[in-house]
Design a protein around this ligand. Structure first.
Ligand SMILES: NC(=O)c1ccc[n+]([C@@H]2O[C@H](COP(=O)([O-])OP(=O)(O)OC[C@H]3O[C@@H](n4cnc5c(N)ncnc54)[C@H](O)[C@@H]3O)[C@@H](O)[C@H]2O)c1
Length: 258
């Protein structure tokens, strides 16, 4: 049986690991033709190998999504390679430098700048160039990734990340409304605690401590698998969600229902 994305050209950023890799795999299972991107070349190429071995058309291009030049080149190369872009999953986001924790008066402005660039500017740049293509070629669907930290006070995440991800929420709504009549839908997921390498940059002990603390927020008392974030993104970009735009979908075990 053909999948929801049979032969559709799909771009996935941050596809080398974590939620991005799970999203690439989910699109592949539903028949998409894929361009994967990341700054992690070894991880991105390994994903392409894995998907090709399972019969998927998959390509990789390294792009740092904080660079307009590189995002523009990524979008152009995707259009050239896949013949267009019908769906884009803009997944890049992170905390940079010392911008962790609530005490931002004591953090460097470099950490703020880096976090805003990777978690907000990257989404803006990807949308800018994807939308420019989509409005000229019959529309498309975009999904962004915000965070619970945009919707609630999550001290561990830091002020820069919270502010950046709140920016992603408003950017999603703004784009959804502005481009609705030109055939582009734009939505967003807000993940709850989904263990990936991002939690373990400060070591295993620290990562587990943060995960267990945050898990207290989930009403459904378990961690979330990256594939569960991917499933929500695939629904939002599918024809099943044809009348859904500007929506922020928490995949958070009920945290934001409190
Ligand atoms: N994991 C969670 O619990 C959680 C919760 C809320 C939001 N999020 C968001 O989900 C998204 C994915 O996070 P994850 O947990 O899978 O992280 P991850 O660290 O597992 O993967 C992130 C990927 O992004 C790539 N990347 C980083 N900077 C990049 C850049 N400038 N350009 C291109 N690629 C870049 C990395 O190389 C890596 O492969 C992020 O936007 C994150 O903020 C995650």
């Amino acid at each position: 049986m053909a999948g929801r994305y049979q032969d559709k050209p799909v771009l996935v950023t941050a596809a080398a690991a974590g939620i991005g890799a799970a999203t690439a795999e989910a699109f592949a299972r539903e028949g998409a033709r894929l361009m994967l991107s990341d700054i992690n070349v070894a991880g991105g190429e390994a994903m392409v190998e894995k998907l090709r071995a399972a019969g998927t058309e998959a390509h990789f291009l390294r792009a740092d999504c904080t660079s307009e030049e590189e995002v523009q080149a990524l979008v152009s190369k995707t259009v050239e390679t896949l013949g267009g872009i019908k769906v884009a999953a803009n997944i890049v986001g992170d905390v940079v430098g010392d911008a962790y924790g609530p005490e931002f008066h004591a953090q460097t402005t470099a950490g703020w700048d880096g976090t805003i660039a990777v978690s907000l500017k990257s989404t803006y740049l990807c949308m800018k160039h994807e939308i420019a293509h989509m409005i000229e070629h019959g529309g498309g669907a975009i999904v962004n990734v915000t965070s619970l930290a945009a919707l609630l006070y999550v001290p561990e995440s830091g002020a820069a990340y919270a502010a950046a991800k709140a920016g992603v929420v408003q950017l999603t709504k703004f784009a959804a409304l502005n481009y609705a009549e030109r055939g582009v839908r734009v939505n967003c997921i807000a993940p709850g605690v989904t263990p990936t390498a991002a939690y373990f940059k400060g070591g295993e002990e620290m990562g587990n401590m943060v995960i267990n603390r945050l898990l207290e927020g989930h009403a459904i008392k378990r961690l979330i698998d990256p594939s569960e974030q991917a499933a929500a993104m695939l629904w939002l970009c599918s024809d099943d969600a044809a009348m859904v735009t500007g929506h922020i979908l928490p995949v958070d075990g009920g945290w934001t229902a409190r």
